[in-house]
Ligand binder design. Structure first.
Ligand code: 13P
Ligand code: SF4
Length: 343
């Protein structure tokens, strides 16, 4: 029997979108008929080429819409691992497409724009990790999936924001070196006091710009709002959050507050598109005090519909990982995938 995703690929169909509706999400396309044509083309091409289109929750809203599956890093890695499609078109950033290739080496994996990197992943290199490992020789190395294949290969296990606490708890070692995100690492350390956690000093510039006082200002304006934050935010932001979770975890978090009407969201703005779509009767406020322009990841916005179309048509840009590096990275990723989500 075909899974829902396989059925979506072979149908070549796409969700109902009102391209005529004035919406802040699709105003980039002045001609709605053009956007609709692109949509049809992309889904038809995907069907012909048996291509699975995956998109991260931070992708441009129309890219999220054209994808067969949208999710957080953990869910995307799981989809990439189990797909029977011939090709995976990864609308996200480089480390995500690279992880997909490592987990499913027989598949062709393409990233529609090779410039879509990740500043956090760039904050750790094999050399800098080796240096930290020399400082903490007895520590098990837990590396966030936002890292290169080389760095993963030098780690004991990977994690995402959806399973970081469970991954650390699952290890027999008491001493942990958590890399590269210092905010996520600090949060994990506070959740798992029984472990001794040394934290590397990388950060995501998109999340690290947000300050606790800015969130406080939002709370004073919306005193009944539920605050949901991504664990890549600083400690002063997390201290004010009612819920701390991965991007897809935020969708589940809203369900845990059926009485709440307003939510302050401390993560990259495009996630709010998924929230509004799933909960049209609730209000979602970007925690940066503006319209989300400070919590903007430039890398996640490097893929548009034209890039997706070209990527499927020309099968570019293919991701390659040398097998000696992939072997070590796969071990760390597969160990991670054996650990369930935090909740
Ligand atoms: P998620 O795994 O929560 O989707 O986060 C990925 C990411 O890059 C956050 O900045
Ligand atoms: Fe990387 Fe930050 Fe962008 Fe996520 S939001 S992809 S961690 S730069």
């Amino acid at each position: 029997m075909k899974t829902t995703i396989e059925a979506k690929i072979s149908a070549g169909s796409f969700p109902k979108i009102d391209f005529q509706a004035p919406s802040p999400w699709n105003e980039r396309y002045e001609d709605p008929a053009y956007a609709e044509r692109l949509f049809r083309d992309i889904r038809e091409l995907a069907r012909k080429k048996c291509a699975l289109i995956l998109a991260h929750n931070y992708q441009l809203p129309l890219v999220q819409e054209v994808a067969h599956f949208v999710g957080d890093s953990l869910a995307l890695a799981q989809q990439a691992q189990k797909t029977s499609a011939r090709m995976v078109v990864f609308c996200g950033v480089h480390f995500m497409a690279e992880s997909a290739k490592i987990l499913n080496p027989e598949k062709k994996v393409v990233l529609p724009n090779l410039a879509a990197g990740c500043a956090l992943a760039d904050s750790i290199t094999p050399e800098s990790l080796e240096e930290w490992k020399r400082r903490y020789p007895e520590h098990a190395v837990v590396t966030y999936i936002n890292s290169s294949a080389e760095v993963k290969a030098l780690s004991d296990i990977c994690c995402t924001s959806a399973n970081a606490v469970s991954v650390v708890r699952s290890l027999p070692q008491k001493k942990i070196l958590f890399t590269p995100d210092r905010n996520l690492g600090g949060w994990v350390a506070r959740q798992v006091p029984e472990k001794e956690v040394a934290v590397y000093d990388g950060a995501c510039p998109t999340h690290d710009v947000l300050r606790g006082v800015t969130v406080e200002k939002g709370i004073s304006r919306y005193p009944n709002a539920v605050v949901i934050a991504h664990p890549e935010c600083r400690e002063d932001v997390l201290a004010q959050a009612d819920e701390i979770c991965s991007t897809s975890g935020m969708l589940a978090a809203v369900e845990r507050h059926p009485e709440a009407r307003t939510f302050i969201i401390a993560t990259e703005w495009a996630l709010i598109y998924q929230l509004k779509k799933k909960f049209p009767d609730r209000e979602f406020i970007a925690a940066d005090g503006c319209i989300g322009c400070r919590l903007h990841c430039p890398y996640m916005k490097m893929i548009d519909l034209e890039a997706v179309q070209r990527s499927i048509e020309e099968e570019v840009f293919e991701i390659f990982v040398p097998e000696d590096v992939a072997r070590g990275a796969r071990r760390a990723l597969e160990r991670m995938l054996a650990v369930p989500r935090d909740r």
